[in-house]
Design a protein around this ligand. Sequence first.
Ligand code: ADX
Length: 204
Amino acid sequence: MNNNITLLEHKVSPEEREKIKGHKAFCIWLTGLSGSGKSSIANELDSRLTSMGFHSFLLDGDNIRRSLNKDLGFSKKDREENIRRLAEVVKLFVDSGLILITSFISPFEKEREYARSIIGSERFAEVYIKVPIGICEARDSKGLYEKARNGDLKEFTGIDSPYEEPHNPEIIIENLDGTKIPDHIDSIINYLLSGKIIKAKNPQ
Ligand code: ADX
């Protein structure tokens, strides 16, 4: 730690930001295999929250890996660094008052728990998009499972790189055939309503 650096204390309080936005600051952290539907669910949730008049935003793994984290690959070490940086970035978004939705595979329990501790467990919900690997592989929307099976893509999650299932996620979504996304969004919205993160007053 550099002794010549002093942290600036923010003059604006979280409560002041909450009052302006009309909702609490929060992180909805989606985790699951490639092809489980994280990005589609995250995008729909962002769209639903926006149409309800709340201020949400979405950070997606593929997008971040083309920008901020384009120097990282898919070794265990690089995936850990990916999530370590992202936890800090997400914290900044949540500190700014937003409802931040993330869609990263985030395969390791330790890094997900690290993200929870950095962001704050009272402002964090882990949502496990639970889909058997056989279904993700059959979908293979990006053709990556085929490449991994052929040996053209190394360290692919679920094939030759592990995915650790969440021990105790706040929400489990079984996105088996991809047709029930509106219902899955309802479940997450209901969770936010019952936790008083958002209020029902805004029209849907
Ligand atoms: S994580 O494991 O570090 O959390 P992240 O969510 O950022 O992964 O990126 C995953 C995305 O990168 C996948 O959706 C997929 O499109 C792409 N990808 C490319 N190579 C791999 C790989 N070896 N394993 C998993 N995903 C990969």
